[in-house]
Design a protein around this ligand. Structure first.
Ligand SMILES: Cc1cc2nc3c(=O)[nH]c(=O)nc-3n(C[C@H](O)[C@H](O)[C@H](O)COP(=O)(O)O)c2cc1C
Length: 475
């Protein structure tokens, strides 16, 4: 098991370019599942040759044809990308696009080396959980890291997909969302026979969930055990777990309050978001001294040239960091998931209250949709998908509560704009962990890995993990 995990950061911050570099140098390179159903078709639409060649290696023709229909000259080149809808037949196309998109992103991260590549599957993006896992498995992913939720069913999902079985979870635990995937006609059991058994790393922020997850996996799934827990402190970037008092983080939320207890469970542990030096060699040695396997570092990698963050935003964050003016706060309301979210204060972004207030409410990307069963006047039930950042009248008309909508903003659009995907009328939103305020910033992912593992170790890893044969598609 590597000592360093380059964290999964959505949307597209930990892109395949970043994960490819870190995996070559001996870290676990992680891509994010968030937004891939839009990001990969956009790459295809723009004629990205690597993405197109990798899409062609996907083993099921129908998926390939559908994705490549967005390529220049394709029948859907100018058409919008579909979002998930409850109707199983109409919704199947969006799911297939999510599957092949995850495949292309993982395959790209794995190009040209034998290092380990994982995918961070964001549990609160419930409707893309199953397709992302399926696509990543087909690309031979080495590890699943699951945050923003408790991945109770993860071993079952991986097992069922590997056996080519139908999947139905009503709901996926902790999400309230009903998720389904029918892959019975794909022959997945044959396609996956020779792919590696992936490592499973739940990302959690307290002892109780670690214990409950471990007990549940062992009881329900034939003694299944996580490969490791990633313990994420509340200083980490992106979403954080709710504070225990639901108001503000205090001592009982600190990783120090539960780290030793989790260690006693006998499962290896990685530490995230608890770095005195922002994620350095000293931080690694400190946590290893306390028994951890290693550390998961995000913010430092988000600021490197290989990250998928729009370069002007990255430069502004680095500049503010150098001047000592980088301000990172926890917004308890902004995210439609209901989890606190780390926000970098930056002009012209969603961090400014006036800009947030002027943004149109809409749900046209749909990654944070949750399902809800509502009763028709005749007493029959039907399912709708809701997001508290959608237009208020639609949310209320479909059974949502007004108090859920207050302070929420569309993170899907803002985070895709942050990753460089243009969207008219939409502004970016930068998230970083408190580590980002600790300098100095290194601008290449190689330097960050070398800084943590040592240049000698990184060079050894690079030699050991290099592929001898040339690869068919350039990275
Ligand atoms: C820009 C950014 C986006 C992130 N997005 C996600 C995400 O989508 N899913 C997730 O589990 N964690 C996410 N995280 C948290 C990281 O996976 C990691 O745990 C954290 O960055 C480690 O702490 P650090 O920021 O102090 O390095 C994100 C972090 C950053 C900085």
């Amino acid at each position: 098991m590597p000592e360093l995990i380059q964290a999964g950061m959505g949307a597209y911050i930990s892109c395949s370019r970043l994960a490819n570099v870190t995996a070559r140098l001996g870290a676990l390179g992680v891509v994010s599942s968030v937004g891939l159903r839009h990001i990969i078709p956009e790459q295809i639409r723009s004629g990205d040759e690597v993405a197109i060649s990798l899409a062609r290696t996907f083993p099921i023709a129908r998926y390939v044809e559908e994705l490549l229909s967005y390529a220049p000259g394709g029948s859907r080149h100018k058409r919008a990308i579909p979002i998930d809808v409850p109707d199983p037949i109409k919704g199947a196309f969006a799911k297939r696009l999510s599957v092949i998109s995850a495949y292309v992103e993982v395959a790209r991260a794995k190009l040209g080396h034998r290092g380990f590549v994982g995918i961070n599957v964001m549990w609160k993006c419930s409707l893309t959980v199953l397709p992302s896992i399926y696509g990543a498995l087909l690309a031979g992913v080495d590890a699943f890291l699951c945050g923003a939720g408790v991945p109770m069913e993860l071993p079952d999902i991986v097992g069922r997909i590997r056996r080519g079985q139908r999947l139905d979870y009503e709901p996926l635990t902790g999400t309230g969302t009903h998720v389904h995937m029918d892959i019975s006609e794909d022959g997945a059991e044959n396609l996956l026979r020779d792919t590696p058994e992936p490592s499973l790393l739940p990302i959690l922020s307290n002892f109780a969930f670690c214990k409950r997850l471990l007990d549940t996996w062992q009881k329900r799934y034939e003694g299944a055990t996580p490969t490791a827990f990633v313990l994420e402190n509340h200083a980490a970037g992106g979403h954080n777990a709710q504070p225990r008092d639901k108001v503000a983080f205090g001592e009982s939320d600190d990783i120090d309050a539960y780290f030793d207890k989790v260690m006693e469970l006998g499962v290896p542990v990685y530490v995230a978001g608890a770095f005195a030096e922002g994620g350095s060699r000293n931080d690694l040695l400190y946590w290893q001294g306390r028994g951890a396997q290693g550390i998961q570092v995000g913010s430092r990698f988000a600021l490197t040239d290989e990250s998928g963050m729009r370069s002007d935003l990255r430069d502004r964050a680095v500049e503010a960091q150098a001047e000592g003016t980088l301000e990172i706060r926890t917004d308890p309301r902004l995210s439609p998931t209901g989890f606190p979210f780390k926000v970098v204060s930056m002009k012209g972004t969603l961090s400014e209250p006036e800009i947030q207030a002027s943004q149109r409410r809409a749900c046209d990307l749909g990654y944070l949709l949750q399902s809800k069963r509502i009763q028709r006047p005749d007493g029959t039930e039907h399912e709708v998908y809701l997001c508290p950042a959608m237009p208020i009248h639609t949310y209320l008309a479909n059974g949502g509560a007004i108090e859920d909508t207050e302070g929420r903003a569309c993170l899907c659009n803002a985070l895709l704009v942050t990753a460089g995907f243009e969207k008219e009328g939409r502004v970016p939103l930068v998230t970083l962990g408190e580590s980002a305020a600790v300098g100095p910033v290194k601008r290449s992912a190689r330097e960050v890995v070398e800084d943590i593992l040592t240049p000698e170790r990184a060079a050894d890893n690079e030699r050991r993990l290099a592929l001898r044969e040339p690869i068919p598609v350039a990275s």
